[in-house]
Design a binder for this molecule. Structure first.
Ligand SMILES: Nc1ncnc2c1ncn2[C@@H]1O[C@H](COP(=O)(O)OP(=O)(O)OP(=O)(O)O)[C@@H](O)[C@H]1O
Ligand SMILES: Nc1ccn([C@@H]2O[C@H](COP(=O)(O)O)[C@@H](O)[C@H]2O)c(=O)n1
Length: 231
């Protein structure tokens, strides 16, 4: 596969800041945005609506293959619709994340979503947010960032984020859920969460969002993908 359209991959574990950085990059550069996690979340959500268990491989695969999902840009970010119904908020819960992580271990599901993800690569460029963007979906991408942070920092960030949405979850429970999700994402056979061989790792534990953004933009500038800024 040749990647003619420039793609910046932002991979890493849950809560590392991928979505935040990807959204900021997409807005600043006017590049398209692929939130691949949303696709897995929609599959998990569609299973729940259909009464299919997340580990029922034939049922989940059929749902992934026939997924009627649409992404649209809004002032608040990217809106997600499943069969015409807005599921933007519904898929963002902790439960939605667990469902996504469960269906994401199924190789047939990953295969079913591959072409759909690659279709997002359109001029002038794509910011691809996920777990296997650099290692599997866009292996020829000119810039692959592996964004990480300690599990504790990620749990604290997630707690603040959930509280802002009116969901209250204790810190130990969130830390446990993050560690469980990390283990499942990293140890699965199909496209595990690992940095691509040519990825640049950024640890955001002690970095502000602006500092992370500036590092990514510097990496992009050093590859001639964007103009160098004075930041
Ligand atoms: N460097 C940072 N410092 C402090 N807070 C951050 C930083 N980066 C992101 N955050 C905050 O952490 C929370 C999680 O960030 P975000 O949703 O971008 O993570 P993510 O990696 O996309 O997670 P997931 O893969 O589960 O969707 C958000 O509330 C965000 O504002
Ligand atoms: N490329 C990807 C993206 C996501 N997943 C799985 O989906 C879960 C939810 O992802 P979020 O980024 O929305 O939190 C995640 O835990 C992964 O299990 C994936 O496998 N590949």
């Amino acid at each position: 596969m040749t990647t003619r359209v420039p793609v910046i991959c932002i991979d890493g574990p849950s809560g590392a800041g991928k979505g935040t950085i990807s959204q900021r990059l997409s807005t600043q550069l006017h590049w398209h945005l692929l939130d691949s996690g949303a696709l897995y979340r929609v599959v998990g959500h569609a299973c729940t609506l259909a009464g299919a268990a997340w580990d029922d491989v034939p049922a989940v695969t059929a749902i992934a293959r026939n997924l009627d999902v649409a992404f649209s840009s809004t002032e608040a970010g990217v809106a997600v619709a499943l069969s015409g119904e807005d599921v933007t908020d519904a898929i963002r819960s902790e439960f939605g994340g667990q469902g996504a992580s469960a269906v994401a271990v199924i190789p047939e599901v990953r295969e079913a979503l591959l072409a759909r993800q690659r279709e997002f690569a359109r001029a002038p460029g794509l910011i691809a947010d996920g777990r296997d963007m650099g290692s599997v979906v866009f292996p020829d991408a000119p810039l692959k960032i592996f964004l990480t942070a300690s599990a504790e920092a990620r749990a604290e960030r997630r707690q603040v984020q959930l509280m802002q949405r009116g969901e209250s979850v204790s810190l130990p429970r969130l830390l446990g859920a993050i560690q469980e999700r990390d283990a499942r994402d990293s140890n699965r056979d199909a496209s595990p969460l690992v940095p691509a061989d040519d990825a640049t790792t950024i640890d955001s534990t002690r970095l502000s969002i602006d500092a992370v953004l500036s590092r990514v933009l510097n990496e992009a500038a050093s590859r001639g993908l964007v103009e160098r800024t004075s930041e």
